[in-house]
Design a protein around this ligand. Structure first.
Ligand SMILES: [Zn+2]
Length: 354
């Protein structure tokens, strides 16, 4: 019975990873169970993507192709694609001299990042921007700024940039007032053909700094922020692939343009991400609790830079993942024949017009 289940899982994973036009005859996948979690051998993964050993991050095992270099380490949840940091749901394991990665990370993170594909469900015309906190809820506070004000400032700049690109924008709040998390989610879920971008700034130790982006933890995986195991029973959502693609597109651009410390694309079960029925991310633009970083975040120039990165990320996401028919008017102008990867690298000449 167990053998049969394993065979079924192997087959399922192979089917999930295969798509029309892609050769799938690159060997079979061996699925093993380690401490109740399904894992696949990384040697199978490298073979599937035709990856070869590369020079990557120091101290890491690195494999890649012309477009991507992936770096990782045994017993770590850090996972790097083209030097951008992701946090895996389960650590990389080493068994019998073989490195292994969990099947859920393979399906919900690695594959959608390495091979972003058109989504059948996502028809992006509108962006719902959610400036976190507001009113009596100031969020993080320091001598230089209140988080609620920084969130709104970046959100307003992002709105005008997106509108200039031809997108419709819905703001969950456009002033200094309080909204519950449920109200924010209700607004997002009422807008068809949209993505949801919640904008926050962080708080932590005085020395902590950098940018991090959160997406919902996939079904059955532990969120590092869960207060009890109970939260981990929650389902993922139908947008797992879109969530990670949107996070990659926005986060990589923000890191590249700001030069901020890359705290990674992380998983969470924040209330605002749990019940959303649209592709969604929560972006943390830096630490209010770090005096140097906060002084920078309070400037219009830095707010513009963050807003511009988020805008460019959303546009890239739409052009890469969304079906051609749903691209907004201004995004369809030009040749539209160059496809960029989620992290912004020009990957191939690619025609999908008409
Ligand atoms: Zn916040």
């Amino acid at each position: 019975m167990r053998q049969y289940l394993r065979y079924l899982l192997t087959l399922l994973l192979a089917l999930l990873l295969c798509q029309p036009g892609v050769l799938c005859a690159q060997g079979t996948w061996t699925v093993s169970e380690l401490d109740g979690v399904e894992y696949v051998k990384l040697s199978d993964v490298w073979r599937f993507y035709r990856f070869t050993p590369k020079k990557g991050r120091p101290g890491c095992v690195s494999y890649g192709s012309g477009k991507h270099v992936v770096s990782l380490k045994a017993n770590q949840q850090d996972f790097y694609v083209n030097n951008y940091r992701y946090v895996l749901s389960h650590p990389v394991r080493e068994e019998g001299g073989e490195l292994m990665i969990s099947s859920v990370d393979m399906r919900k993170l690695v594959d959608p990042v390495l091979r972003p594909r058109f989504s059948a469900q996502n028809r992006l015309r509108t962006v719902v921007i959610d400036p976190g906190h507001g009113g009596h809820d100031a969020g993080a506070v320091s001598a230089y700024a209140k988080e609620k004000d920084l969130n709104l400032a970046v959100a307003r700049k992002l709105r005008s940039m997106l509108e200039n690109q031809g997108y419709r924008v819905v703001m969950t709040r456009d002033g200094d007032y309080f909204l519950t998390l449920q109200q924010r989610v209700a607004i997002a879920n009422s807008v068809p053909d949209s993505v949801f971008v919640s904008i926050h700034h962080n708080s932590g130790r005085r020395a902590a700094s950098g940018i991090e982006t959160f997406t919902l933890a996939p079904q059955g995986t532990t969120s590092p922020f869960a207060r009890s195991r109970r939260f981990d029973d929650l389902a993922g959502n139908n947008q797992d692939s879109e969530n990670i693609a949107l996070a990659t597109a926005v986060h990589s651009r923000a890191i590249r343009s700001s030069g901020a410390i890359d705290r990674g694309i992380q998983r969470a079960r924040f209330s605002v991400l749990c019940t959303i029925q649209r592709p969604a991310i929560l972006f943390e633009g830096g630490f209010v609790s770090n005096p140097e970083e906060c002084r920078k975040m309070a400037t219009r120039a830095y707010q513009n830079l963050l807003a511009h990165s988020i805008c460019q990320g959303i546009v890239a996401y739409n052009n890469t993942v969304c079906k051609p028919a749903c691209k907004v008017a201004s995004a369809t102008s030009g040749s539209g024949r160059v496809r960029t990867s989620m992290s912004g690298a020009r990957v191939s000449s690619y025609s999908r017009e008409k």
